[in-house]
Write a protein that binds this ligand. Structure first.
Ligand code: GLN
Length: 370
């Protein structure tokens, strides 16, 4: 028998899928994988029902023209520079295949989202992780450490703002430093901004606004509109590059499910007009407080999230693999986000995009069966 290529060893079962599987197995409250408990807004669901029977055949690989136009308006870019993808995961993979290859290095911060490293390796490139600092003041980004990691082989930097799993929102000043470095050493910037509308303080700066000539921005309808299973994502490309990027993207799934593209196109302006994102921020801000208050009462150290719907916390007695079984609470182990640097002691990631009842239940179970 021929053998599978070594690259099939690069990614085993995703930690998010694994913790959801264990949550189901132990009937645990799932504060692990980042998907909301609430249903998507009615205006999105109605738009999808309306689209089936009307938008059922292929769209161009770059996306349904109406969606590219709607995204252009929403993001303040030319719709021609948008490439629609099957979720943000595909967007990141398309960019990995388009921007780097053998001999290239890709910079990324650690803790690191699970697909960044395998995608870089599948593209033939070497991921280089730069550690974030965690101390009593919370998570911090150290520009000098990043600067030291740049080599003549650096081809791209992949940043995520707001940042999963720490909830960090990088300041405009920090992003300006990153842009200056990218210009000095002439590398690409990939900015994963799937949580762009989920923030609890200052509005995040979009990296593209600081370096439009070299930034590819990744976005997600699943994260914005509470429909992670729809798999509608996008890339906003630097001017003139979308044709080539769409050329790579069409080798994967040709185009994304067209009725869902049509529904997202109709929903984006409604979400703005109706203040949907403000409502989401208000609600998740309150749920974060509920979770934080409860975790602190139980003796955990909690790092406040400025964005995303995740927070990290540390507790000396808690281990994700055991908690799911003994307490019936699924969370993500901090180790899942570390490849090259030591994992901060007792680090766990909690999702607060879950109902108040689920958050309350999880806290109660942690209290009774620690
Ligand atoms: N982004 C989500 C998380 O961090 C889920 C990712 C996934 O399961 N593909 O939980």
């Amino acid at each position: 028998m021929p053998e599978l290529l070594p690259r099939t060893q690069l990614s085993q079962e995703s930690v998010f899928a694994r913790m959801s599987r264990l949550a189901a197995q132990y009937s645990a409250v799932n504060l692990g994988q980042g998907f909301p408990s609430d249903a998507p807004p009615a205006f999105l669901q109605d738009a999808a029902r309306h689209a089936i029977g009307r938008f059922d055949q292929y769209s161009p690989p770059a996306g349904l023209p109406a969606l590219r136009t709607a995204l252009g308006t929403d993001l303040g870019v030319n719709g021609q520079d948008i490439v629609v993808t099957t979720g943000a995961t595909e967007a990141l993979n398309v960019l990995a295949l388009s921007l780097y290859g053998p001999g290239d290095e890709v910079l990324m911060l650690e803790p690191v989202f699970d697909v960044y490293i395998p995608q870089a390796r599948l593209a033939g490139a070497d991921p280089v992780t730069v550690p974030m600092r965690l101390d009593d003041a919370g998570w911090a980004f150290d520009f000098e450490t990043l600067e030291r990691a740049v080599t003549p082989r650096t081809r791209a930097l992949l940043i995520n703002t707001p940042f999963n799993p720490t909830g960090t929102v990088f300041s405009r000043e920090e992003l300006l430093q990153v842009v200056a470095l990218a210009r000095q050493h002439d590398f690409w910037l990939i900015s994963d901004e799937v949580y762009d509308e989920l923030y609890y303080g200052e509005k995040p700066t979009s990296l593209r606004t600081l370096a439009p000539e070299r930034t590819f921005t990744v976005g997600s309808a699943g994260k914005r509109l509470e429909a992670t299973g729809w798999r509608v994502g996008w890339i906003a490309c630097p001017p003139g590059l979308s044709g080539n990027i769409a050329g790579i993207r069409q080798q994967g799934s040709f185009c994304s499910p067209v009725p869902l593209q049509a529904a997202v196109a109709a929903a984006l302006p409604v979400a703005r007009a109706e203040g949907f994102y403000e409502g989401l921020r208000q609600e998740y801000g309150e749920r974060q407080q509920l979770l934080t208050g409860g975790l602190k009462e139980l003796g955990a150290t909690v790092q406040e999230a400025r964005g995303t719907y995740f927070l990290t916390a540390q507790h000396p007695a808690w281990e994700a693999e055991k908690l799911v079984e003994t307490s019936g609470v699924a969370v993500i182990p901090g180790s899942a986000f570390y490849a090259a640097h030591p994992v901060p002691a007792g680090l766990l990631r909690f999702a607060f995009c879950k109902s108040r009842e689920q958050i309350g239940q999880a806290l109660e179970q942690l209290r009774q069966r620690p």
